[in-house]
Design a protein around this ligand. Structure first.
Ligand SMILES: Cc1cc2nc3c(=O)[nH]c(=O)nc-3n(C[C@H](O)[C@H](O)[C@H](O)COP(=O)(O)OP(=O)(O)OC[C@H]3O[C@@H](n4cnc5c(N)ncnc54)[C@H](O)[C@@H]3O)c2cc1C
Length: 366
C-alpha cells in the first residue's frame, strides 16, 4: 500500500492537530482533520486560542528526561518553523528572548544554578544597573534577572491562522464534527460522530487536548486528565508615550507570570492557574498585584480584554501524553502548559512513529 492511499484521521484541531495535519499532508498522507470548532475557528474556545505563546524551552528546572528533551528539541526547531509560518502570514510576530526577574534569594539562586547548569546555551545575568535602563521601570524589589535569548514568544492566533491558510490552500479535508467513539475494525479505525455519521481510517491520532476514551480492548492505561483554568489580560498603559517597550528584551517572566509587550502601549499578562471550575476574580487580581511587588504603571493600566482557557493536566503521569497506544492509534494530548512550545518536537515524534510503523507494515505485507 502506498502512502497516498493511507488515510490519517486527526481528531482535534488545536495547535497539535493543525500542525500535524499540515506535516502529514506534506509527507503524502490523505489527512482528515476533525473538530466541531472547524465550523468557526475565529470563535474557537480551545486552549490553543487562549495561550500567550511563551516558548520557554531553555530555562527549565530539569536537565534530563523526556520533557527536557522535548523542550530542547522544540527550541532548536522553532526558528525554522517560524520562517515557514511567516511565509504565509507576513505579520506573524516572533519576539526573541525572555527575561526572568528574581525578587528573592530563592529565585536568585535558581538563576545562578541555571547559568552553571546550561553549558552550551546562551544565558546572561542582568544586574540592577541594567534593569534600571528599562522603561516602564522594573520595581526596586527585583534584585537581578536572567536573560535567555534562545527562548521567545509567538503570537498564537497569528500562528494558528497561518497554519489554517496552509491547510485550506492544500485542500486538506476538514470535517467540523465531534467524534463520539472510536473502535478497531480489522486493520482500520472506525470513527463514529455525534451526528450519527462515521468514517474509517488507517491511522487515528487523538489531539483532543483533554482525555478521550480509548477503547479498553486497546489499552489498559489510564489517560484521565484534570481541567485547569487559565485567565489572561490585555492591558494598556495609562500614560501613552511612543515606543514604551523599546529597550525591553522580548517578554518577561515574573513570579511565574508572563508579560508580553505587544505594541507601543499595550501588553498581555498571563496566566492564572485555577484548579476548580469557577472563574475567580481574586485570582485575576493577583495578576495585577502579584505579591505586592508590581510597579504602579501595571496597577494603573486599563484592561482592554480578558480571556480564559482550559489546560489539561494528566492525572497519573507527566505531561504531555505522547504514545502509540494501539496499532496505528496515537495519543498526542494533555499538553497542560506548553503545547505551543512543544508543537515542533511533538510533530517530529509523531512523524517518526508513523513512518516506522508503516515501514514495518509494508515489510510484513511483503
Ligand atoms: C491561558 C492559557 C495560557 C497559555 N499560555 C501558553 C504559553 O504561553 N505557551 C505555551 O506553550 N502554552 C501555553 N498554554 C498551553 C497551550 O495553550 C496548550 O498546551 C495547547 O494549546 C494545547 O494544544 P492542543 O492542540 O493539544 O489542544 P487544544 O488547543 O485544547 O485543542 C484540542 C481540540 O480538540 C477538539 N476536540 C476535543 N474533543 C473532540 C472530539 N471528541 N472530537 C473532535 N474534536 C475534539 C477541541 O474542540 C479542540 O479544538 C496556555 C494555555 C492557557 C489556557
Amino acid at each position: 500500500m502506498t502512502i497516498k492511499s493511507r488515510t490519517v484521521a486527526i481528531i482535534g484541531a488545536g495547535t497539535i492537530g493543525l500542525t500535524l495535519a499540515w506535516h502529514l499532508h506534506n509527507l503524502g498522507y490523505r489527512v482528515k482533520l476533525i473538530d466541531p470548532q472547524l465550523a468557526n475557528l475565529i470563535q474557537a474556545k480551545s486552549s490553543s486560542f487562549a495561550a500567550t505563546g511563551i516558548l520557554m524551552g531553555c530555562t527549565y528546572k530539569k536537565k534530563k528526561g523526556r520533557s527536557w528533551q522535548l523542550r530542547k528539541r522544540s527550541i532548536s526547531l522553532w526558528p525554522q518553523w517560524c520562517a515557514s509560518l511567516q511565509r504565509y502570514s507576513e505579520n506573524l510576530t516572533y519576539r526573541a528572548g525572555i527575561l526572568f526577574l528574581a525578587s528573592n534569594k530563592f529565585e536568585e539562586n535558581w538563576q545562578r544554578q541555571m547559568l552553571l547548569d546550561r553549558t552550551g546555551i546562551h544565558m546572561r545575568q542582568w544586574d540592577r544597573q541594567k534593569l534600571d535602563s528599562l522603561t516602564p521601570e522594573i520595581p526596586k524589589s527585583i534584585s537581578s534577572a536572567l536573560f535567555s535569548p534562545e527562548d521567545g514568544q509567538i503570537d498564537p492566533k497569528g500562528m494558528l491562522a497561518s497554519i489554517c491558510l496552509q491547510i485550506i490552500d492544500k485542500k486538506i479535508e476538514i470535517i467540523p464534527k465531534r467524534v463520539k467513539k472510536i473502535t478497531r475494525l480489522k486493520d482500520l479505525w472506525y470513527l463514529q460522530f455525534e451526528c450519527g455519521q462515521s468514517l474509517t481510517s488507517h491511522w487515528s491520532i487523538l489531539c483532543t487536548g483533554s482525555d478521550f476514551s480509548v477503547p479498553s480492548s486497546e489499552s489498559s492505561n489510564s489517560f484521565e486528565t484534570q481541567r485547569i483554568r487559565g485567565q489572561s489580560l490585555h492591558l494598556q498603559l495609562a500614560n501613552t508615550i511612543s515606543n514604551r517597550w523599546e529597550y525591553w528584551p522580548g517578554s518577561v517572566i515574573w513570579r511565574g507570570n508572563s508579560l508580553v509587550p505587544i505594541s507601543n502601549n499595550e501588553y498581555w499578562i498571563g496566566s492564572t492557574i485555577e484548579t476548580d471550575n469557577r472563574t475567580k476574580g481574586s485570582t485575576l487580581n493577583s495578576l495585577l498585584n502579584r505579591h505586592h511587588i508590581v510597579p504602579e504603571w501595571l496597577k494603573r493600566s486599563n484592561i482592554i480584554k480578558h480571556w480564559q482557557g482550559i489546560r489539561s493536566r494528566p492525572m497519573y503521569r507527566s505531561s504531555p501524553i505522547l504514545q502509540l497506544v494501539a496499532p496505528r492509534l496515537i495519543l498526542a494530548t494533555a499538553f497542560y502548559r506548553n503545547g505551543i512550545l512543544l508543537a515542533p518536537s511533538t510533530v517530529e515524534w509523531v512523524l517518526k512513529c508513523v513512518r516506522i510503523v508503516d515501514r514495518r507494515y509494508s515489510y510484513e505485507a511483503g
